[in-house]
Design a protein around this ligand. Structure first.
Ligand SMILES: C[S@@+](CC[C@H](N)C(=O)[O-])C[C@H]1O[C@@H](n2cnc3c(N)ncnc32)[C@H](O)[C@@H]1O
Length: 360
């Protein structure tokens, strides 16, 4: 009975997030046409078939998410781990921020940063207003809005996509016969720390690490990871603070063979091809033999041709300069080139997953 109630609550919550996100997008698009017609972009309309496919995929990932939690792969409390207070607090700023976004789109200004931001410490490819975000990834303002913006983009299912890395990670770690507290896991390009928070819920004893290029996003991650899990999450599942470090994923600041597991969520589509390969090489280097890397990133043309219009629209609507190359890139070949043994990739909702093992 309690289980059924929890399931219904989860379904209702997701439905609510989805309805809100769809309404938000419809109203903000209308507002843009009215107040900033210059920002209107030429994109392909979504057909009813496309919408139906996306909805089916979303229903499927939510069902799988519930099933994995019910089976105890990760705690059910993770399904309700939304920072609601932050979302409510930040929503007006997301709305106000759109004015800046529309101006940048209209003026075709995609590399615009606050004057106080030190830019010389970053690779050139990174100095972009990804998603037309104010300051790209390089301010607290951007870090504060990011999670809500991504939730709105994916109709409330962004975390469900992140949680798909948990089962293969847990499975991969079972190759090691060591006590749980000796397991080391790194989330590469951890952003605001949402994936790390999930991994900590699943592996409360493991030593967790996170790296990202953005000091502002790491500050946000530190804040998020300092809070407890809600709704039945135990103090243990809220665990120790992961060790966060600012680093370019192309040069990870760890010794060879250090980690038992690695995750990397939504990074590769934001890298040019050479950087993509270099990050994979680094992941291979810092993983122990028998260790597992789980990558979650956007779907690609080869696995989801029926969603091609959405993939063609995405880089236009969200300033993603490396995405067009990414959607036709052969990530399996890249992973194999680094030395990994790669399982058949899986696709869930709008994401694709590669599970790559370093040979023993
Ligand atoms: C789309 S966000 C994904 C963040 C997070 N993994 C998530 O699930 O939301 C991309 C992240 O990659 C980081 N990033 C981009 N290029 C990087 C690089 N070369 N090295 C390290 N982090 C990088 C950005 O700062 C940003 O936090």
């Amino acid at each position: 009975m309690a289980e059924t109630l929890t399931k219904l609550t989860y379904q209702a919550l997701q439905q609510g997030k989805s309805i809100f996100s769809v309404a938000h997008k419809a109203i903000s698009t209308q507002a843009m046409h009215l107040f900033a017609p210059n920002a209107k972009q030429e994109v392909e309309p979504w057909t009813p078939e496309l919408l139906a496919t996306v909805q089916q995929r979303m229903d499927k990932i939510l069902a799988q998410d519930w099933q994995d939690a019910e089976q105890g792969i990760y705690p059910e409390s993770l399904l309700f781990d939304d920072p609601w207070d932050e979302f409510v607090l930040n929503y007006p700023t997301v709305i106000l921020d759109m004015i800046g976004i529309w101006e940048r789109i209209g003026g075709k200004r995609y590399q615009e940063f606050d004057r106080d931001i030190q830019k010389d410490a970053y690779p050139r490819y990174y100095l972009q207003n990804f998603h037309y975000q104010t300051d790209g990834y390089l301010s607290d303002h951007s870090a504060n809005l990011y999670d809500l913006q991504v939730e709105l983009l994916f109709n409330g299912a962004a975390d469900a996509m992140r949680r798909r890395v948990l089962a293969p990670l847990k499975q991969g770690l079972s190759a090691f016969d060591v006590p749980p507290h000796q397991i080391r896991v790194l989330d590469v390009a951890c952003g605001t720390g949402r994936t790390l928070r999930m991994i900590r819920g699943m592996l409360p004893d493991a030593a967790l690490f996170g790296t990202d290029l953005s000091p502002a996003y790491l500050r946000k991650a530190n804040q998020l990871l300092s809070q407890r899990l809600p709704l039945g999450g135990t103090a243990k599942q809220s665990g120790e603070l992961p060790q966060l470090m600012q680093a370019n994923a192309e040069e990870l600041p760890y010794q060879d063979n250090f980690f038992h597991g690695l995750t990397c969520v939504f990074l590769f589509h934001e890298l040019p091809a050479e950087a993509r390969q270099q990050v994979i090489q680094e992941c291979f280097r810092v993983l122990q033999p028998s260790g597992t890397l789980v990558v979650c990133d956007s779907i690609q043309m080869s696995d989801s041709p029926e969603l091609a219009p959405a993939m063609r629209n995405f880089p236009i609507m969200f300033h993603e300069p490396y995405y067009r190359h990414y959607v036709t890139d052969d990530m399996t070949t890249r992973l194999e080139k680094a030395g990994f043994i790669v399982a058949e990739p899986e696709v869930h909702f709008m994401s694709k997953y590669w599970v790559a093992r370093k040979p023993s």
